[in-house]
Design a protein around this ligand. Structure first.
Ligand code: ZN
Length: 168
């Protein structure tokens, strides 16, 4: 298993090595990544499919935890019938979103929104260029467990492009 933690810190429940602590101090890794990575490692003792996953980053948003995996590893981190995600949700008492770093904008956006439906991605033409707008039904707004800023930030990180989230 690969996570933002080094393998020594991953397998211990103790304090972090100076390298991992430095990543937190530098803002490269969130505290929640430590807890989530260690829990996933513990779960991998019973769930062998977790053994070869790569977790790239874990971020805490207003009401969720977003687990960013390497391309193709999303289903393993979700688990059979969502068993892994359920464990995480119980442990942290938050909803969990698993997003693959696939480089495919539509997929990233849909995974982040799940179970809320994406209404569409529109190109808006403005005097100073174009803007990509992600449209979600305004009735679904409270079901999106993160702020608009958090959402847009994660989408930009994973797609390399900036998008506007709009509830309409
Ligand atoms: Zn470490």
């Amino acid at each position: 298993m690969e996570t933002p933690l080094c393998s020594i810190c991953l397998e211990s429940d103790d304090i972090l090595c100076t390298g991992c602590q430095q990543k937190i101090d530098d803002g490269e890794m969130e505290e929640v990544a430590v807890e989530v990575s260690r829990l996933l490692f513990d779960l991998s003792q019973d769930i062998p499919t977790l053994e070869d996953v790569e977790v790239k980053e874990v971020r805490r948003t207003e009401e969720a935890i977003v687990v960013i995996t390497a391309a193709g590893d999303g289903p393993k981190v979700v688990g059979k019938n969502g068993e892994v995600v359920k464990e995480l949700a119980d442990e942290f008492d938050r909803s969990i979103r698993v997003v693959e770093d696939s480089g495919k904008p539509q997929e990233v956006i849909e995974n982040l929104l799940e179970p809320v439906d994406l209404q569409g991605i529109n190109t808006v033409y403005k005097p100073d260029g174009t803007e990509q707008k992600i449209v979600v039904d305004e009735d679904d707004k409270r079901r999106v467990p993160m702020t608009t800023d958090e959402f847009e930030d994660i989408v930009e990180q994973l797609t390399g492009e900036s998008y506007i989230l709009s509830f309409e």
